[in-house]
Design a protein around this ligand. Structure first.
Ligand code: GYE
Length: 339
Protein backbone atom coordinates (compact mmCIF):
# COMPACT_ATOMS: atom_id res chain seq x y z
CA UNK A 1 0.00 0.00 0.00
CA UNK A 2 1.44 3.38 -1.00
CA UNK A 3 0.45 7.02 -0.74
CA UNK A 4 -2.06 6.96 2.03
CA UNK A 5 -2.28 10.72 2.18
CA UNK A 6 -5.14 12.36 0.34
CA UNK A 7 -6.31 15.94 0.84
CA UNK A 8 -9.59 15.45 2.64
CA UNK A 9 -9.29 18.97 3.92
CA UNK A 10 -12.93 19.86 4.47
CA UNK A 11 -13.69 16.69 6.30
CA UNK A 12 -10.59 17.23 8.38
CA UNK A 13 -11.60 20.79 9.28
CA UNK A 14 -15.04 19.63 10.38
CA UNK A 15 -13.42 16.87 12.43
CA UNK A 16 -10.98 19.30 14.03
CA UNK A 17 -13.81 21.62 14.96
CA UNK A 18 -15.71 18.79 16.55
CA UNK A 19 -12.63 17.66 18.46
CA UNK A 20 -12.00 21.20 19.60
CA UNK A 21 -15.57 21.65 20.79
CA UNK A 22 -15.43 18.33 22.60
CA UNK A 23 -12.11 19.32 24.19
CA UNK A 24 -13.45 22.70 25.26
CA UNK A 25 -16.55 21.27 26.84
CA UNK A 26 -14.65 18.59 28.75
CA UNK A 27 -11.44 20.42 29.54
CA UNK A 28 -10.44 22.08 32.72
CA UNK A 29 -12.00 20.48 35.68
CA UNK A 30 -12.81 17.01 36.78
CA UNK A 31 -15.12 16.54 39.74
CA UNK A 32 -12.46 16.35 42.43
CA UNK A 33 -10.68 19.24 44.01
CA UNK A 34 -7.79 19.75 46.39
CA UNK A 35 -8.61 21.27 49.72
CA UNK A 36 -7.23 24.77 50.08
CA UNK A 37 -3.88 24.87 51.88
CA UNK A 38 -4.92 27.76 54.04
CA UNK A 39 -8.44 28.78 54.77
CA UNK A 40 -7.47 31.17 57.58
CA UNK A 41 -7.20 34.08 55.17
CA UNK A 42 -3.46 34.23 55.90
CA UNK A 43 -2.73 34.17 52.21
CA UNK A 44 0.63 33.77 50.52
CA UNK A 45 -0.61 35.41 47.36
CA UNK A 46 1.26 38.54 46.46
CA UNK A 47 4.36 37.17 48.26
CA UNK A 48 7.47 36.19 46.42
CA UNK A 49 7.45 32.41 46.30
CA UNK A 50 10.33 30.01 46.00
CA UNK A 51 9.34 27.29 43.52
CA UNK A 52 11.37 24.13 42.92
CA UNK A 53 10.88 22.61 39.47
CA UNK A 54 12.05 19.05 38.82
CA UNK A 55 12.02 18.75 35.04
CA UNK A 56 12.36 15.46 33.13
CA UNK A 57 15.28 16.49 30.93
CA UNK A 58 15.96 18.17 27.61
CA UNK A 59 15.14 15.21 25.38
CA UNK A 60 12.88 16.94 22.85
CA UNK A 61 11.83 20.25 21.31
CA UNK A 62 8.66 19.92 23.37
CA UNK A 63 10.64 19.70 26.59
CA UNK A 64 12.81 22.71 25.77
CA UNK A 65 9.69 24.78 25.08
CA UNK A 66 8.05 23.58 28.29
CA UNK A 67 11.11 24.46 30.40
CA UNK A 68 11.23 27.92 28.83
CA UNK A 69 7.52 28.50 29.39
CA UNK A 70 7.82 27.55 33.06
CA UNK A 71 10.99 29.59 33.65
CA UNK A 72 9.53 32.68 32.00
CA UNK A 73 6.19 32.44 33.80
CA UNK A 74 7.80 32.04 37.23
CA UNK A 75 10.14 34.97 36.57
CA UNK A 76 7.36 37.15 35.16
CA UNK A 77 5.30 36.56 38.31
CA UNK A 78 8.24 37.76 40.43
CA UNK A 79 8.93 34.38 42.05
CA UNK A 80 12.23 32.55 42.50
CA UNK A 81 12.85 29.33 40.58
CA UNK A 82 15.08 26.49 41.69
CA UNK A 83 15.46 24.37 38.55
CA UNK A 84 16.68 20.80 38.25
CA UNK A 85 17.11 18.84 34.98
CA UNK A 86 16.90 15.09 35.71
CA UNK A 87 18.36 13.96 32.37
CA UNK A 88 15.51 11.45 32.08
CA UNK A 89 16.66 9.64 35.26
CA UNK A 90 14.26 8.89 38.09
CA UNK A 91 16.98 8.87 40.77
CA UNK A 92 17.93 12.44 39.83
CA UNK A 93 14.33 13.53 40.31
CA UNK A 94 14.11 11.92 43.73
CA UNK A 95 17.35 13.71 44.74
CA UNK A 96 16.06 17.03 43.39
CA UNK A 97 12.78 16.78 45.31
CA UNK A 98 14.65 15.91 48.52
CA UNK A 99 16.87 18.91 48.01
CA UNK A 100 13.82 21.17 47.45
CA UNK A 101 12.35 19.84 50.69
CA UNK A 102 15.62 20.55 52.55
CA UNK A 103 15.62 24.08 51.13
CA UNK A 104 12.03 24.54 52.36
CA UNK A 105 10.65 25.81 49.04
CA UNK A 106 7.05 27.07 49.00
CA UNK A 107 5.93 24.71 46.22
CA UNK A 108 7.33 21.91 44.09
CA UNK A 109 6.50 21.54 40.40
CA UNK A 110 7.26 18.01 39.32
CA UNK A 111 7.20 16.41 35.88
CA UNK A 112 7.66 12.70 36.63
CA UNK A 113 9.80 10.84 34.10
CA UNK A 114 7.94 7.57 34.81
CA UNK A 115 4.60 6.90 36.50
CA UNK A 116 5.70 4.71 39.41
CA UNK A 117 8.22 4.75 42.25
CA UNK A 118 7.75 8.27 43.62
CA UNK A 119 5.47 7.45 46.56
CA UNK A 120 8.11 7.74 49.29
CA UNK A 121 9.55 11.05 48.20
CA UNK A 122 6.12 12.59 47.62
CA UNK A 123 5.16 11.47 51.13
CA UNK A 124 8.26 13.26 52.42
CA UNK A 125 7.13 16.46 50.68
CA UNK A 126 3.65 16.11 52.14
CA UNK A 127 5.03 15.54 55.65
CA UNK A 128 7.14 18.68 55.23
CA UNK A 129 3.97 20.59 54.29
CA UNK A 130 5.21 21.42 50.78
CA UNK A 131 2.54 21.19 48.08
CA UNK A 132 3.45 19.29 44.91
CA UNK A 133 2.03 20.27 41.51
CA UNK A 134 2.28 17.57 38.84
CA UNK A 135 3.29 19.10 35.56
CA UNK A 136 2.77 17.44 32.16
CA UNK A 137 3.00 13.78 33.28
CA UNK A 138 0.90 11.88 35.79
CA UNK A 139 1.95 9.38 38.46
CA UNK A 140 0.38 6.00 39.10
CA UNK A 141 -0.07 6.32 42.86
CA UNK A 142 -3.25 5.52 44.76
CA UNK A 143 -2.95 8.19 47.44
CA UNK A 144 -3.90 11.31 45.52
CA UNK A 145 -3.39 13.48 48.60
CA UNK A 146 0.31 13.40 47.69
CA UNK A 147 -0.18 16.09 45.05
CA UNK A 148 -2.40 19.12 44.70
CA UNK A 149 -3.26 18.89 41.02
CA UNK A 150 -2.12 17.47 37.71
CA UNK A 151 -1.85 20.00 34.89
CA UNK A 152 -1.16 18.36 31.55
CA UNK A 153 -2.51 16.91 28.34
CA UNK A 154 -4.79 13.96 27.79
CA UNK A 155 -2.29 11.54 26.22
CA UNK A 156 -4.84 8.76 25.66
CA UNK A 157 -6.91 11.18 23.61
CA UNK A 158 -3.81 12.15 21.63
CA UNK A 159 -3.28 8.49 20.73
CA UNK A 160 -6.92 8.22 19.70
CA UNK A 161 -6.66 11.32 17.52
CA UNK A 162 -3.60 9.89 15.74
CA UNK A 163 -5.39 6.60 15.01
CA UNK A 164 -8.64 8.27 13.97
CA UNK A 165 -6.74 10.33 11.44
CA UNK A 166 -5.20 7.16 10.03
CA UNK A 167 -8.54 5.37 9.87
CA UNK A 168 -9.99 8.33 7.96
CA UNK A 169 -7.07 8.56 5.55
CA UNK A 170 -7.07 4.86 4.77
CA UNK A 171 -10.82 4.45 4.45
CA UNK A 172 -10.43 3.40 0.78
CA UNK A 173 -7.38 1.21 1.24
CA UNK A 174 -7.91 -2.49 0.81
CA UNK A 175 -5.57 -4.97 2.42
CA UNK A 176 -3.29 -4.84 5.41
CA UNK A 177 -1.84 -1.66 6.78
CA UNK A 178 1.42 -2.40 8.54
CA UNK A 179 2.27 0.07 11.26
CA UNK A 180 5.56 0.47 13.10
CA UNK A 181 5.48 2.29 16.41
CA UNK A 182 8.21 4.32 18.09
CA UNK A 183 7.29 4.45 21.75
CA UNK A 184 8.29 7.15 24.19
CA UNK A 185 10.28 6.53 27.37
CA UNK A 186 9.38 3.15 28.87
CA UNK A 187 7.05 3.56 31.86
CA UNK A 188 6.27 7.22 31.15
CA UNK A 189 2.66 8.42 31.12
CA UNK A 190 2.74 9.68 27.50
CA UNK A 191 4.23 6.42 26.19
CA UNK A 192 1.71 4.26 28.04
CA UNK A 193 -1.29 6.45 27.19
CA UNK A 194 -0.46 7.27 23.56
CA UNK A 195 -0.11 3.55 22.89
CA UNK A 196 -3.36 2.76 24.65
CA UNK A 197 -5.40 5.44 22.83
CA UNK A 198 -4.02 4.44 19.42
CA UNK A 199 -4.60 0.72 19.99
CA UNK A 200 -8.13 1.34 21.24
CA UNK A 201 -9.11 2.84 17.87
CA UNK A 202 -7.29 0.45 15.55
CA UNK A 203 -8.76 -2.51 17.45
CA UNK A 204 -11.92 -1.96 15.37
CA UNK A 205 -9.91 -2.18 12.13
CA UNK A 206 -8.50 -5.69 11.79
CA UNK A 207 -6.51 -4.77 8.67
CA UNK A 208 -4.39 -2.39 10.77
CA UNK A 209 -1.54 -4.09 12.55
CA UNK A 210 1.30 -2.80 14.68
CA UNK A 211 3.99 -5.05 13.27
CA UNK A 212 6.88 -3.60 15.28
CA UNK A 213 7.00 -1.47 18.39
CA UNK A 214 10.00 -0.29 20.34
CA UNK A 215 11.06 2.65 22.48
CA UNK A 216 13.01 5.53 20.99
CA UNK A 217 13.10 7.31 24.37
CA UNK A 218 11.53 10.46 22.87
CA UNK A 219 14.83 11.50 21.19
CA UNK A 220 15.77 12.06 17.54
CA UNK A 221 18.92 9.97 17.81
CA UNK A 222 17.10 6.97 19.26
CA UNK A 223 14.17 7.41 16.85
CA UNK A 224 16.57 7.24 13.92
CA UNK A 225 18.45 4.25 15.30
CA UNK A 226 15.32 2.18 15.98
CA UNK A 227 13.76 3.10 12.62
CA UNK A 228 16.96 1.95 10.90
CA UNK A 229 16.56 -1.43 12.58
CA UNK A 230 12.86 -1.62 11.58
CA UNK A 231 13.74 -0.81 7.96
CA UNK A 232 16.60 -3.26 7.87
CA UNK A 233 14.40 -6.12 8.99
CA UNK A 234 11.37 -5.44 6.75
CA UNK A 235 11.56 -1.98 5.15
CA UNK A 236 9.47 -2.69 2.06
CA UNK A 237 6.47 -3.76 4.10
CA UNK A 238 6.15 -0.76 6.39
CA UNK A 239 3.15 1.42 5.50
CA UNK A 240 2.89 3.71 8.49
CA UNK A 241 5.09 5.08 11.26
CA UNK A 242 3.35 6.13 14.46
CA UNK A 243 5.88 7.99 16.61
CA UNK A 244 4.93 9.01 20.15
CA UNK A 245 6.64 12.35 19.56
CA UNK A 246 7.82 14.49 16.66
CA UNK A 247 11.50 14.30 17.54
CA UNK A 248 11.51 10.53 17.06
CA UNK A 249 9.51 10.96 13.84
CA UNK A 250 12.09 13.44 12.56
CA UNK A 251 14.94 11.04 13.39
CA UNK A 252 13.02 8.26 11.63
CA UNK A 253 12.42 10.42 8.55
CA UNK A 254 16.19 10.71 8.17
CA UNK A 255 16.53 6.93 8.46
CA UNK A 256 13.81 6.42 5.81
CA UNK A 257 15.52 8.80 3.38
CA UNK A 258 18.89 7.14 3.92
CA UNK A 259 17.24 3.79 3.27
CA UNK A 260 16.04 5.13 -0.09
CA UNK A 261 12.31 5.51 0.56
CA UNK A 262 10.21 8.68 0.55
CA UNK A 263 8.83 9.67 3.95
CA UNK A 264 5.14 10.70 3.82
CA UNK A 265 4.76 8.99 0.45
CA UNK A 266 6.14 5.48 0.80
CA UNK A 267 5.64 5.50 4.54
CA UNK A 268 2.96 7.65 6.17
CA UNK A 269 4.40 9.55 9.12
CA UNK A 270 2.34 10.39 12.20
CA UNK A 271 3.86 12.33 15.11
CA UNK A 272 2.74 13.94 18.33
CA UNK A 273 3.60 17.35 19.88
CA UNK A 274 3.28 19.73 16.88
CA UNK A 275 6.72 21.27 17.42
CA UNK A 276 8.26 23.57 14.81
CA UNK A 277 10.45 20.72 13.50
CA UNK A 278 7.28 18.81 12.60
CA UNK A 279 5.83 21.82 10.78
CA UNK A 280 9.09 22.15 8.84
CA UNK A 281 8.99 18.46 7.94
CA UNK A 282 5.33 18.72 6.90
CA UNK A 283 5.98 21.88 4.86
CA UNK A 284 8.78 19.98 3.09
CA UNK A 285 6.33 17.16 2.31
CA UNK A 286 8.08 14.64 4.56
CA UNK A 287 5.57 14.19 7.35
CA UNK A 288 1.79 13.78 7.17
CA UNK A 289 0.31 14.79 10.48
CA UNK A 290 1.09 15.78 14.04
CA UNK A 291 -1.21 15.73 17.04
CA UNK A 292 -0.76 18.79 19.19
CA UNK A 293 0.53 18.51 22.74
CA UNK A 294 0.88 22.02 24.06
CA UNK A 295 3.88 22.64 26.37
CA UNK A 296 3.24 26.37 26.94
CA UNK A 297 1.42 26.05 30.24
CA UNK A 298 3.92 27.83 32.53
CA UNK A 299 1.52 30.73 33.17
CA UNK A 300 -1.35 28.32 33.92
CA UNK A 301 0.87 26.48 36.41
CA UNK A 302 1.91 29.68 38.19
CA UNK A 303 -1.77 30.70 38.45
CA UNK A 304 -2.60 27.33 40.03
CA UNK A 305 0.22 27.58 42.58
CA UNK A 306 -0.72 31.13 43.54
CA UNK A 307 -4.40 30.28 43.78
CA UNK A 308 -3.75 27.25 45.97
CA UNK A 309 -1.42 29.12 48.30
CA UNK A 310 -4.02 31.89 48.51
CA UNK A 311 -6.49 29.37 49.86
CA UNK A 312 -8.54 28.65 46.76
CA UNK A 313 -9.89 25.22 45.90
CA UNK A 314 -8.05 23.65 42.98
CA UNK A 315 -9.37 20.90 40.66
CA UNK A 316 -7.37 17.66 40.89
CA UNK A 317 -7.01 17.58 37.11
CA UNK A 318 -6.55 20.52 34.77
CA UNK A 319 -6.29 19.82 31.03
CA UNK A 320 -4.31 21.72 28.44
CA UNK A 321 -6.25 22.53 25.27
CA UNK A 322 -4.94 21.27 21.95
CA UNK A 323 -5.63 20.40 18.31
CA UNK A 324 -3.98 18.57 15.38
CA UNK A 325 -2.39 19.70 12.11
CA UNK A 326 -1.82 18.22 8.64
CA UNK A 327 0.69 18.76 5.88
CA UNK A 328 -1.55 21.12 3.90
CA UNK A 329 -1.77 23.55 6.82
CA UNK A 330 1.95 23.54 7.65
CA UNK A 331 3.30 26.34 5.48
CA UNK A 332 0.63 28.80 6.55
CA UNK A 333 0.84 28.00 10.25
CA UNK A 334 4.61 27.59 10.63
CA UNK A 335 5.33 31.31 11.24
CA UNK A 336 2.68 31.42 13.98
CA UNK A 337 4.01 28.48 15.97
CA UNK A 338 5.37 29.38 19.41
CA UNK A 339 7.38 26.19 19.92
O1 GYE B 1 5.42 14.59 24.01
C1 GYE B 1 7.76 14.45 24.37
C2 GYE B 1 8.56 14.71 25.57
O2 GYE B 1 5.66 14.41 28.46
C3 GYE B 1 4.21 15.36 26.88
O3 GYE B 1 7.72 14.28 26.64
C4 GYE B 1 5.60 15.08 27.26
C5 GYE B 1 6.39 14.33 26.22
C6 GYE B 1 6.46 14.96 24.85
O4 GYE B 1 9.81 14.28 25.57
O5 GYE B 1 8.27 15.11 23.25
Amino acid sequence: MRKLFKGKTILFLVMSLMLLLAACSSSGTGGETSEPKDSSGDSKSGDKLVIGFSQVGAESEWRTANTKSMQEAIKAAGHELKFSDAQQKQENQIKAIRSFIAQKVDAIVFSPVVETGFETVLKEAKDAGIPVFLSDRAVDIEDDSLWVTFLGSDFVEEGRKAAKWLVEETADVEGDINIVELQGTVGSAPAIDRKEGFEEIIADHPNMKIVKSQTGDFTRAKGKEVMEAFLKSDGENIDVLYAHNDDMAIGAIQAIEEYGLKPAEDITIIGVDAVKGAFEAMAAGKMNVTVECNPMFGPQMVDLIEAYLAGEEIPKRVAVEESMYTMDQAEELLPTREY
